[in-house]
Design a protein around this ligand. Sequence first.
Ligand SMILES: *Cc1c(COP(=O)(O)O)cnc(C)c1O
Length: 373
Amino acid sequence: MTIQRFFPPRRILMGPGPSDISSDVLQALSRPTVGHLDPLFIGMMDEVKTLLKYAFQTENDFTIPVSAPGSAGMEACFVNLIEPGDKVMICRNGVFGERMRENAIRSGAEVVLVDDEWGKPVSVDKVAAAFAENSDVKILAFVHAETSTGALSDAQALSKIAKQYDALTIVDAVTSLGGVPLKVDEWQLDAVYSGSQKCLSCVPGLSPVTFSPKAIAKIQARTTPVQSWFLDQSLVLGYWSGEGKRSYHHTAPVNSLYALHEALLGLYNEGLENAWQRHADMHQKLKQGLEELGFKYVVDEECRLPQLNSVYLPEGVDDAKTRQHLLEEYNLEVGGGLGALAGKVWRIGLMGYSAKNENVALCLKALQETIGK
Ligand SMILES: *Cc1c(COP(=O)(O)O)cnc(C)c1O
């Protein structure tokens, strides 16, 4: 057998996630593993919940990381909130909106679809019109930051319409959390999920979620059990809360949670507003350099994500070959396009720890040397 130990190179991650991880977070990951019911570990879990509430800007008691990637957080929201036959409005303006539709259908929902062009935000007017025709919709679901296109939607305005019809909201905040303003309580969002590996710059594989008291009430009023045992949040709650009497549900990813604690503490110490500003500032610097090199943005300026720069390739630049060159020669990863945008656009991420001057400078220098004339 000639298999050897695996030592990955140190890449600079400027794609759609995962993002760069700081040495503080990587070191936290390698601390000694303790039992998942160890009293010291349970104390740390409580701090993770407190820090997550800060990141989400919520007082929701039910704010925990699901032990699985963002897709599991998405699924947890859909399978817990939807009962078969519920009418659910899904906004689809990219890849992740389509995944929401698939989740809703598998949960037995009757889906009302509101489609928008890729690269555009969810149309608030279309959602209002769809509610006027379907006032019995129980849940509105939309993606706050569409990573497949780089478009930011107006979560506050969308939530406001849902409230007028007494509908709950399911919000995908995988890419928005920590990168752009997200205010769960102020905007009255009900079930919100995120991911550890985007603007939180933690290891992949955890999905922070938060449920409002109204979302919890809908779950408690269910007449059918949640179809997924693992994602049934009423069962998970016995492990993540309950004074002094935590019970085994599944073995928590202990070391990954050390890393999340460290990453969230970093965000807390920096301050959310400062983190949002840093993403905005780095985006401005990158944008200037990209436009000088001939890249054009896919998304209109007023709804562009600073942490996900979706740009059309300049004439004559080969997508796959150029990205391979950047990876091999500069250890730099940028993302390709998805779906209809494959081969035509790049998605350059400035997420979390990756949103810093040295990354912007390296990316622009590498592009200058590779495709500049
Ligand atoms: C990355 C992402 C997901 C999925 O997260 P995974 O951790 O890859 O499962 C869902 N929604 C959006 C908007 C994302 O960017």
